[in-house]
Write a protein that binds this ligand. Structure first.
Ligand SMILES: [Zn+2]
Length: 487
């Protein structure tokens, strides 16, 4: 059960958003795919381990899973686990999932799993780099293994790593000792990439510890910042082979380093006007405008008109592409039919606080079933997204891909599957803070992070935090370092 939460999102999560499958269908969805579970299966199949698949459920980021649907999924998971009677359990979860009445879904799931498995049988869990680690997770799992990449392109390898560690635990070669160090720190996602900059150095240090044999797994979790819950903050988790003090020392050392370098993650955002003017100064395209405040992978609904309203009025030297979620607009365009010209207002349909609908007159070029399969090496490669019906509406040179349901936008295949080639565009708008870099950096002539209002803005002061523990950096500039952490 894998989802990232954003407790500021106007859109709540329901059972159907997870498109859950159970039993053997799990293998059909994940075997041979570049997901964590694909990585589990790769290792276990090679070692001829008998696999008892329980559940696979993934949902795009949004606000809390509603209570009744949470309980329904938990019941199905527990029943499947009891039936499977496994010797050990591998879990692939996000680590920052919430439900109504539960701020720590992963901790809750682990507690159920521990009750079913008892104290002896091991549980190893993989987590997204943006997980919000809780004490309960670390106390209940035997080992936790996080992604080492952002953009996330190592889901498969992290799955392999977790499965290999599990096999070592089962054979008695490894007796995991795990330690956590939590920090009162949230970081903007825009500047936490792992292929360069301060986070790249942190990951390199973690990998050096693993390679030296001092640790089984070292994971750095610069939590995604859009969760207003009490136990919120970045963390480091270290797993050693039986050395609890060593694990704590590693976690503390890397946490101190993250704390000391926290200012290096500050991010510069551009106004949309400046970004569009800047793009026109660059020869050729595509120039990528990243509207991270409406990031569909960060819990925003994908309905922002913050960039769109400027784009449809701008004098562009070439075509532009943008993704938008607006079921009403899709219905209108689909009713008018391909080849029709329609006048309507689009966008701003979910997050009415941050966006107003934009009136447009556009040409309906294409109507589709909205299904597309991720191809770029990275996020959920090989997995098909069903975003309901979708249309391509052309407003001048702006090609607007409008879908009934949300989708990740980090893979150019989203546009390609709908007849829009990003390579031929002057401007491509992605709704992502950083994940887009894996596929777009190699083809982009320029990149601008733009500042528009939204529930996944990097401008944390704009977010209505209430429950989060204070002080926390950077909301409180003078936040002291945690007690006992040697800086
Ligand atoms: Zn993430």
């Amino acid at each position: 059960m894998l989802q990232e939460s954003n407790t500021f999102s106007p859109v709540y999560t329901h059972y159907e958003d997870f498109t859950p499958v159970f039993g053997k269908a799990v293998l059909e969805r994940h075997r041979g795919k570049l997901t964590e579970m694909g990585g589990f299966l790769d290792v276990l199949d090679r070692q001829k381990v008998e696999v008892a698949p329980v559940c696979a459920a993934w949902a795009i980021t949004a606000n809390r899973l509603v209570r009744a649907d949470f309980e329904r999924l938990l019941k199905q998971f527990e029943a499947g686990l009891k039936k499977a009677k496994p010797d050990a359990l591998l879990l692939a979860m996000h680590g920052a999932q919430t439900a109504e009445g539960e701020d720590d879904v992963e901790g809750h799931v682990l507690t159920i799993a521990r009750r079913v498995l008892g104290p002896e049988r091991p549980i190893v869990m993989s987590l997204d780099l943006h997980a919000n680690l809780t004490r309960r997770m670390v106390e209940t799992a035997n080992a936790i293994v996080g992604y080492h990449t952002y953009p996330h392109i190592d889901m498969f390898e992290v799955g392999q790593k977790a499965a290999r560690l599990m096999l070592r635990v089962l054979s008695g070669e490894s007796k995991p000792a795990m330690a956590l160090r939590k920090l009162p720190l949230i970081l903007p996602a825009e500047n936490a990439q792992t292929h360069r900059g301060p986070m790249a150095k942190m990951i390199a240090a973690a990998q050096a510890l693993e390679a030296s044999g001092k640790a089984e797994a070292v994971s750095i979790f610069p939590v995604q910042p859009w969760m207003d819950i009490a136990e919120m903050g970045s963390a480091v988790v270290a797993v050693t082979n039986g050395d609890a003090r060593g694990a704590q020392k590693i976690a503390d050392g890397l946490a101190a380093r993250l704390w000391n370098n926290k200012k290096q993650y500050e991010v510069k955002l551009h106004s949309v006007e400046d970004a569009l003017a800047g793009a026109e100064k660059i020869k050729g395209g595509p120039v990528v405008l990243a509207e991270s405040s409406d990031s569909t992978g960060s819990g925003s609904p994908g309905d922002s008109t913050g960039v769109l309203k400027h784009l449809v009025k701008a004098k562009l030297s070439g075509p532009a592409a943008i993704f938008l979620v607006d079921p009403g607009a899709v219905a209108k365009a689909a009713a008018a039919g391909a080849g029709a010209t329609v006048k309507m207002s689009i966008g701003g349909c979910f997050d009415k606080k941050n966006s107003k609908p934009v009136p447009v007159a556009g040409y309906v070029r294409l109507i589709s079933d909205g299904r597309w399969t991720a191809r770029a090496r990275g996020y959920n490669t090989g997995i098909t997204t069903a975003m309901g019906r979708a249309v391509v509406l052309e407003v001048g040179q702006v090609q607007i891909l409008i879908a009934e349901r949300s989708s990740m936008t980090v893979d150019p295949e989203l546009f390609r599957s709908h007849g829009i080639e990003p390579l031929y565009c002057k401007i491509v708008v992605v709704k992502s803070p950083n994940g887009f870099r894996a596929a777009y950096e190699p083809i982009a002539k320029g990149i601008f992070l733009v500042d528009t209002p939204g529930v996944s803005t990097a401008n944390f002061a704009r977010l209505p935090f209430r429950k989060i523990q204070r002080p926390i950096y950077p909301l409180d500039a003078d936040t002291p370092a945690p007690e006992g952490l040697r800086l």
